[in-house]
Design a protein around this ligand. Sequence first.
Ligand code: APR
Length: 313
Amino acid sequence: MKITVVGAGAVGATCADNIARKELAEEVVLLDIKEGLAEGKALDMLQTASLLEFDTRITGSTNDYSKTANSDVVVITSGVPRKPGMTREELIGINAGIVKNVTENILKHSPNAIIIVISNPMDTMTYLALKTSGIPKNRIIGMGGILDSARFKCYLSQELHCSPNDLHAVVIGGHGDTTMIPLIRMATLNGTPVTTMISEEKQKQIVADTMVGGATLTKLIGTSAWYAPGAAGALLVESIVRDQKKVFPCCVYLEGEYGQKDICLGVPVVIGRNGWEKIIDYKLNDEEQALFNKSADAVRNMNEVLTTLDVNA
Ligand code: APR
């Protein structure tokens, strides 16, 4: 198994590190446009092998895509992160060109790769990668919902004084501060609905905190987060390479499912060796469906911006 991570910045390096530690592949390639960055970080990670007891081979490459040839999975994290006060959507102008270019280069050398998109605005970048590459829809997956769900579980566990691992809680919709939908009605602690344990006021607060979970971190750190995004990317890779068939909320191309079409948006999907293999219908109630439709409208508006850029989406 060979995995490439494009972008050796904060998110890409963390993702590669998680992939290596979990030994998800024999070989991990880290690629970046900045001279020496990927080689340096790859070597640093490789030197942890005897300390952390893993046997993954990690190599770096400065923009040489031939080194990525025949990758089974490729994670795209290249682009600019947001700064305090910025929305993920404001990154579109710069990141669209980068993501399109990277996708083309990757597919030249790994025509059968499954592509995971992390670069923001992720829903639109996933749509762009799908439309400009023309590869089957199951092989393009946007990573956002897993991260947002992890943040949702984190806030719920703090309130409930429980392990986040005993919670089932899912965020669907767009990966934006105003477009994501933490499904509090369906969240459970060991099978018991959390809505029976938390006041309505507190529930609203947790949902609101989850939605601005990324922005909160950006304000604190001065740039966007990387530990959880990198770990979330690696979890997705794991379910693919080990064919685990785990259900994760991921950004995928909808053709009528959840009442939407010609859009990439977060819904629960089965992730296995073929990429995303099936969409699970969570049977939203009217209120949740209305939020999903609103989220789709916002993401569609963002996708429209692509037509004003030189990316031919
Ligand atoms: N090809 C390869 N790498 C590129 C390219 C390109 N065309 N353009 C930029 N990069 C690299 C940069 O050199 C940098 O090392 O992408 C890396 C991005 O790293 P950071 O600036 O540290 O950003 P990071 O925090 O990792 O976020 C990356 O993930 O979560 C999203 O919003 C975030 O879109 C952002 C992306």
